[in-house]
Design a protein. Structure first.
Length: 189
């Protein structure tokens, strides 16, 4: 009897009904959040016009890139905003996995010597593993090849699609709140 009363309470004759004969609860297609790549990226390219990604000469061979997107964080031990964002960026890896996002995060140090990076990692043991530029003197030329000015400030974030093309380059730190923009860019392809 209680069940019958409960069900009767769900019948509301005053509830609006769609004129098209639909139910009181019509499904609405969820729209993907709008992403502002023009506001996020300093350099942005569509797949047809994107430049191929070529890393600078590295101090040690780079691991083979996966088949999905890559987020390359260019940083240095002497760059305060770089160092401040490292733990947050490294923590985002868990979200990539949870969201089934085909995105690999790589770190690229532009420090002049391995000793500088090793000393930093000793005093900051949670620093993620990082590639390192082979010759810091080649940085300005490489920045030009990825579409930035030779004097661009660190940190720099490079987003490379699954076809190894540079789709977005951002100068300056990112925040955890930028995750939705990154996710949207990767999912939009």
């Amino acid at each position: 009897m209680l069940l019958a009363l409960s069900l009767a309470g769900c019948d509301d004759d005053d509830a609006p009904v769609s004129k098209a004969g639909g139910s009181r609860v019509d499904a609405v297609v969820a729209k993907a959040p709008k992403i502002d790549l023009a506001g996020f990226c300093d350099v942005h390219a569509e797949p047809a016009t994107a430049k191929p990604m070529v890393l600078p000469e590295l101090a040690e061979p780079a691991p083979k890139a996966g088949s999905g997107w890559r987020w390359i964080n260019v940083w240095a031990t002497w760059c305060k905003p770089c160092v401040e964002e490292l733990p947050m960026l490294d923590g985002l890896r868990k979200r990539f996995t949870e969201d089934h996002l085909p995105l690999e995060l790589q770190f690229l140090s532009v420090d002049a010597s391995k000793a500088d990076v090793d000393a930093f990692r000793t005093s900051h043991p949670n620093t993620p593993a990082s590639l390192r530029i082979g010759d810091a003197g080649t940085l300005a030329d490489w920045l030009g090849r990825i579409g930035l000015d030779a004097n661009s400030a660190l940190p720099i974030h490079i987003f490379v699609d699954g076809d190894a093309k540079i789709r977005c380059v951002r100068m300056g730190a990112v925040e955890a709140s930028h995750y939705d923009t990154v996710r949207g860019m990767v999912r939009a392809g």
